[in-house]
Design a binder for this molecule. Structure first.
Ligand SMILES: [Zn+2]
Length: 221
């Protein structure tokens, strides 16, 4: 009697394990297909000349898909010299790969790379102001979070354009809620949504939503 009961329990456990594995495999397959579909949209996209920022918008979504495929958030960023139109630096979200780094949002990665490469000297009391960034424009595929926005302000970036607005977690559209110091520090900066086509904006949004879906669900509880 006990043996029959024990075997039955074992069989049930085995079936549950098989079912769970099949569900996980199906979910992983759906995820990969979804990422591949976004990548195909990016690869076939040609910048729309009616939108001033489309070329750089495409560059940041290309960075974002690399992040997503690597297991991190689907957000990319770049720095552009407004005078020459040249790409100065690129960055992407590296929060979960190769290992967890809570600070490695795309904008942080971008500015780390830029500042580590330039190694500017000087300080707040020096005549040599390391925050002078000339006409650099920071493009990011999704509106910066509070951490990244204050980093951008502190870095001295005067122009920041985001492709996809993040009304839930973004900070750029509510600059008036920054602490007084940061509000004054940011005074006169040109922070706004980039001029990109609706098609490119939707790609940036899908890249972002893809990576934060689980967080968003938790946030709404
Ligand atoms: Zn951020």
């Amino acid at each position: 009697m006990f043996r029959v009961f024990f075997r039955t329990i074992l069989c049930i456990c085995f079936l549950i394990c098989c079912f769970t594995a099949a569900v996980c495999q199906a979910a992983e397959s759906d995820l990969q297909q979804s990422i591949a579909a976004i990548e195909a949209r990016i690869e076939s996209y040609v910048p729309d000349t009616n939108y001033r920022d489309d070329v750089f918008g495409l560059i940041v979504v290309k960075q974002a898909i690399v992040s997503l495929k690597a297991g991190s958030g689907g957000i990319g960023a770049c720095l552009v010299d407004a005078k020459t139109g040249k790409l100065v630096e690129t960055g992407r979200n590296r929060q979960y790969s190769p290992y967890f780094r809570s600070d490695m949002h795309a904008e942080m990665d971008l500015l780390n790379r830029y500042e580590d490469r330039l190694k500017k000297k000087g300080g707040s009391n020096s005549t040599n102001d390391p925050r002078k960034c000339g006409d650099l424009i920071l493009f990011t595929s999704t509106e910066p979070c509070p951490m990244c926005l204050t980093r951008i302000i502190n870095a001295g970036i005067q122009h920041m354009y985001y492709i996809n607005p993040d009304l839930e977690g973004g900070m750029a559209h509510r600059m008036e809620h920054l602490p007084k110091f940061w509000r004054e520090f940011a005074a006169g900066r040109d922070f706004r949504q980039a001029e990109c086509s609706p098609v490119l904006r939707k790609i940036a949004e899908d890249l972002f939503r893809h990576s934060v879906r689980s967080f968003a669900k938790k946030r709404k509880k």
